[in-house]
Structure formats: structure tokens, C-alpha cells
Write a protein of this length. Structure first.
Length: 121
């Protein structure tokens, strides 16, 4: 009896194509670039230059998040990809990036969006 290869089928019963998710390649490529960017960002200021090392590192982390979400199929997968990158970085660089994120959120009104919730606590 001749064996017949059965192709996997998607949710709508169409055959699943044999191709790689392009986000996987993007995630791998971006991952190689992030750690040096984080190291360069440590100690750099973000107030004087629009294209500063800190914002470039954060941009790279945002791209890792998007590629991770695409590769893993969920937004949480993107968040995990960012945490994995930060775990590989030195603690001082992670603290510097975190302080930039807090600065950005504060300067763009995030605390004011939550004022109504402060009274509930």
C-alpha cells in the first residue's frame, strides 16, 4: 500500500502553507542588535537630542515587541520577547531604560489619565 502524505489543515480546512512566519526572522535579527543598543544607551541623556541612544534602544525594544507578538501570535508574546531581551542586558542599562519609559509616560500625561482612579483607593 502506498503512503500518502497528509498536509495539515487550518481552521477553515484549507491546507496550511509550508512557509515560515516572517516575524520569526525579524525577531532573530532584532534580538542580535538590541543588547549593544541597550549598553550604548546606559547613562545617555534623552533631553538634548531627538535621535539619542536611549530612544534608539527603546525603538528597538518596541520592534522586538511587535516581532515577538507576530512570531508568537499574541501581544503577550511580544511582551515576553522584550522581557527576554532585558533579562540578557546588564541591570544598570535596564534601570536607565525604565527611567526613560517613566519619564516619557509622565511627560505625555499618563498620570492624569488615572486621576479618577486615585480616589477609589
Amino acid at each position: 500500500m502506498k503512503e500518502v502524505a497528509v498536509k495539515p489543515r487550518g481552521r477553515d480546512s484549507r491546507p496550511v502553507r509550508d512557509e515560515t512566519n516572517p516575524a520569526l526572522g525579524d525577531l532573530g535579527e532584532l534580538s542580535e542588535k538590541v543588547l549593544p543598543l541597550l549598553e550604548r544607551a546606559n547613562g545617555a541623556t534623552w533631553y538634548e537630542d531627538e535621535r539619542n541612544a536611549v530612544d534608539i534602544a527603546i525603538l528597538a525594544l518596541c520592534r522586538v515587541r511587535r516581532a515577538g507578538a507576530g512570531a508568537r501570535g499574541t501581544a503577550a508574546g511580544g511582551d515576553s520577547a522584550v522581557r527576554e531581551m532585558l533579562e540578557q542586558s546588564d541591570p544598570d542599562s535596564v534601570l536607565w531604560i525604565a527611567s526613560r519609559a517613566i519619564s516619557y509616560m509622565d511627560e505625555h500625561g499618563f498620570p492624569e489619565t488615572l486621576l479618577a482612579y486615585q480616589d477609589e483607593r
